[in-house]
Design a protein around this ligand. Structure first.
Ligand SMILES: [Cu+2]
Length: 374
């Protein structure tokens, strides 16, 4: 390459960078280098608390989405009679569900409530950039920070606080899900729910009443007292159980904030027709249990074939029956006996070859020998 060619290449690069800069500043004119879509219009994201999910996105173009998320530190119930000082994204655990479309230009505002004792930030796994946004959002109590990103990759992503000590911030409930819907959208289903697992470490053991403090020693040993869905033992049981009707298709957006445990997510009484493992694009079928990594996700879909109370569990089963990771989905409707009969009989079972008959006469019982007999 001669000097003239080098100069031309340099000039081309500078012009190219300038052009790219112009397109970025103009809010997303399509760039050949990044494939970013043209941004049309602007909207404020509607965020929801678990188990609710914002409505599917129907627009066919990328837009500017403004997300307002507030960190609130507050005492809430871990289970009935047990409270904990949770640190939250939006006032509940898990944090608000955020739904955007692939190609959207997201203007993110992180606010830290003035009543907070500590600074916080956010690392969204959907972000390509330093710390997933954490480097741009270190926010003191009573402050608001802002950064922007383009949702380049579709998928279901965890977001979490990344302020030191990171493990402690996550262990106090600072995580949630952001869905970047693919441009073509997700297939239509009847019901969508938001379920997010987390493990908690307290001074007192499981069920010990009163306000519980965080226990760093148990966290380091990865020995949680509580493993729960949606921030509380019983968040999805009783009158808070999820509901669906026979014949409906259900999609669960499943997240795992951790901070430590991997979830073996399973629904007792049904089979996942579809799973997007790890919240990605691959589609798997006919799955019984799907792994949800700490700091990861999965999307599961299934048809509710018959009436039943389906049980959502982490199939590392002591967590379910002894630490809280149990939820319910009540499916109501008419029975379909050809799919599931229910109990048809209950009779006495006698194993073959071991048939016993009741003796007609009393069985002689061996007695100790007398002195004479000896
Ligand atoms: Cu934090």
């Amino acid at each position: 390459m001669n000097t003239k060619q080098v100069k031309l290449l340099t000039l081309t690069s500078i012009v190219g960078l300038f052009m790219w800069g112009c397109s970025s500043n103009s809010g997303g004119t399509k760039s050949a280098s990044t494939g970013v879509e043209t941004i049309k219009g602007e909207e404020i994201a509607i965020l929801t608390d678990a188990p609710n999910v914002p409505s599917p996105i129907t627009r066919k173009h990328a837009t500017k989405v403004i997300v307002n998320l507030e960190v609130i530190e507050k005492e809430m119930e871990m289970m009935d009679g047990v409270t904990y000082n949770f640190w939250t994204f939006g006032g509940s655990v898990p944090g608000k569900f955020i739904r955007v479309r692939e190609g959207d230009f997201v203007e993110f505002h992180l606010k830290n409530n003035p009543s907070s004792k500590l600074p916080h930030n956010i690392d969204l796994h959907a972000v390509s950039g330093q710390g997933g946004g954490a480097a741009a959002t270190f926010t003191a109590p009573g402050h608001e920070t802002q950064f922007s990103f383009t949702a380049l990759n579709s998928g279901l992503y965890i977001y979490h606080c990344a302020t030191a000590p990171v493990g402690m911030h996550i262990a106090n409930g600072m995580y949630g899900l952001i869905l970047v819907e693919p441009k073509e959208g997700l297939p239509k289903v009847d019901k969508e729910f938001y379920v997010c697992q987390g493990d908690f470490y307290t001074k007192g053991n499981y069920g010990e009443a009163g306000l519980q403090q965080f226990n760093m020693d148990k966290a380091l040993k990865e020995q949680p007292d509580y493993v729960v869905f949606n921030g509380k033992v019983g968040a999805l049981t009783g009158d808070k159980a999820l509901k669906a009707k026979v014949g409906e298709t259900v999609r669960l957006f499943v997240g795992n904030g951790g901070p430590n445990l991997v979830s073996s997510f399973h629904v007792i009484g049904d089979i996942f027709d579809n799973v997007y493992p790890e919240g990605g694009t691959t589609l798997n079928h006919n799955v019984q249990t799907t792994l949800v990594p700490a700091g990861g996700s999965a999307i599961t879909e299934f048809k509710c074939d018959v009436p039943a109370t389906l049980i959502l569990v982490d199939h590392s089963i002591f967590r379910t029956f002894n630490k809280g990771s149990l939820g319910m989905l009540k499916v109501e409707g008419n029975e379909i006996k050809s799919i599931y009969s229910g109990q048809q009989d209950d009779r006495i079972y006698q194993a073959e070859g071991a048939a016993q008959t009741m003796p007609d006469e009393p069985v002689a019982v061996a007695k100790p020998l007398t002195k004479e007999e000896k």
